[in-house]
Design a protein around this ligand. Sequence first.
Ligand SMILES: Cc1cc2nc3c(=O)[nH]c(=O)nc-3n(C[C@H](O)[C@H](O)[C@H](O)COP(=O)(O)OP(=O)(O)OC[C@H]3O[C@@H](n4cnc5c(N)ncnc54)[C@H](O)[C@@H]3O)c2cc1C
Length: 455
Amino acid sequence: MDALLERLRAGLPAEALITDPDVTASYAHDMASFCDAGTPAVVVLPRSVEEVQHVMRTATALRVPVVPQGARTGLSGAANASDGCIVLSLVKMDRILEISPVDRIAVVEPGVVNATLSRAVGELGLYYPPDPSSWEMCTIGGNIGTASGGLCCVKYGVTAEYVLGLEIVLADGRLLNTGRRTAKGVAGYDLTRLFVGSEGSLGIVVKAVLALRPRPPRQLVLAAEFPSAAAACDAVCRIMERGHTPSLLELMDRTTVRAVNAMASMGLPESTEALLLCAFDTPDPAADLAAVGELCKASGATEVVPADDVAESELLLQARRSALPALETVKSATMIDDVCVPRSRLGAMIEGTAAIAEKFGLTIGVCAHAGDGNTHPVVCFDHTDPDESRRARASFDEIMALGLELGGTITGEHGVGVLKKEWLARELGEVGLELQRGIKSAFDPLGLLNPGKLF
Ligand SMILES: Cc1cc2nc3c(=O)[nH]c(=O)nc-3n(C[C@H](O)[C@H](O)[C@H](O)COP(=O)(O)OP(=O)(O)OC[C@H]3O[C@@H](n4cnc5c(N)ncnc54)[C@H](O)[C@@H]3O)c2cc1C
């Protein structure tokens, strides 16, 4: 430990190092409850690429594990510390280095908060689409680490679609540049894409070139109430089948609606079994919403209410963004699933989840990026009750098994981390897993980067 600190201090300013155990302990976890986390030896907050290189050279020389972190809003334990590790928090590297309206790119450091970038490019008439509900807190580095999605992905796609190039500090401290800042480019293997979603296991992102789009018109939202989740899912299929391009298509079940009202007094309709939010940012959103409203009615919607204006639309989005924090208040603890299925199987996924909740005698609230088929069944339980905790974990696992059975994936956007690592092998199969392990060891032969995650 003394040797580690001495070597780190040789290349870092004093304020970049935290050694007080009470403070370092606060960096042990992301926001996933019940994932194992170790005790870090030290937390480092670098401000430059050179400082990150110094940390990685030191870690390699002394064989010390390194856990990269952004804002720690992750929901799979992917940023959790391991015993004796260096926590490498990138939040102080938070400069927007360039925004180019001609090239339609932004060049940023990894600690830039998602909403800060969105606002900065918005002022220039540009748009950075990936918008996780945690956008006011989470960082671009963390978004790249988890390949995060968000509310607008049904139309604009996820983080992976917007990362053009990366600057990476490798495990041994060397600097790697991947990708491009051009509109096109196919030179060699696509290492950029490989890093997106790699959960800090292959290298440290120190700079990113991100694609931007022209800012679309402000979106208008419609809320539709349904007598069952199956009817709401039927509406989702009809909307997509008819070729509509909503900029948002989100679902909240009754448990979620009630939790949001209880937490934030949003006045959402509590008698509904499922509330569908649909938005358009097209030149004539009112006309598109009217057409979608008819499809919702044909699927059995009992109420269809288009928002009057942008302010009312924003309130509905806020309600959807607060779904996960609201469900966390239902009981003392939650486990948040992230199963994504082909959207044609969304109804089967949500009905199957209700059956699992009944089987285990648990409350499971579901909110979903319905247009993507990406469900977040949230198992709410009392963590002081051992039997309820056991049932919660068993139901969480059955939900993932159901997702795979329906042709889906165990994680649409939150990543594998610690929470789902036993399930990764099932999804990838033996050959897939072996090749992925080979890739990991090509980049990180000593296994120092974020050990214990993914595999
Ligand atoms: C209320 C709430 C709502 C959420 N909604 C969404 C949502 O809609 N969509 C969604 O996808 N997620 C959502 N999330 C999950 C979370 O916000 C995202 O996974 C986010 O991308 C994590 O960013 P972060 O900065 O907090 O990263 P962290 O949690 O700190 O880290 C995430 C991963 O990235 C790695 N990492 C971080 N920085 C770097 C770097 N510079 N180089 C290499 N690796 C790095 C870490 O090691 C870790 O593996 C939500 C979370 C909360 C709490």
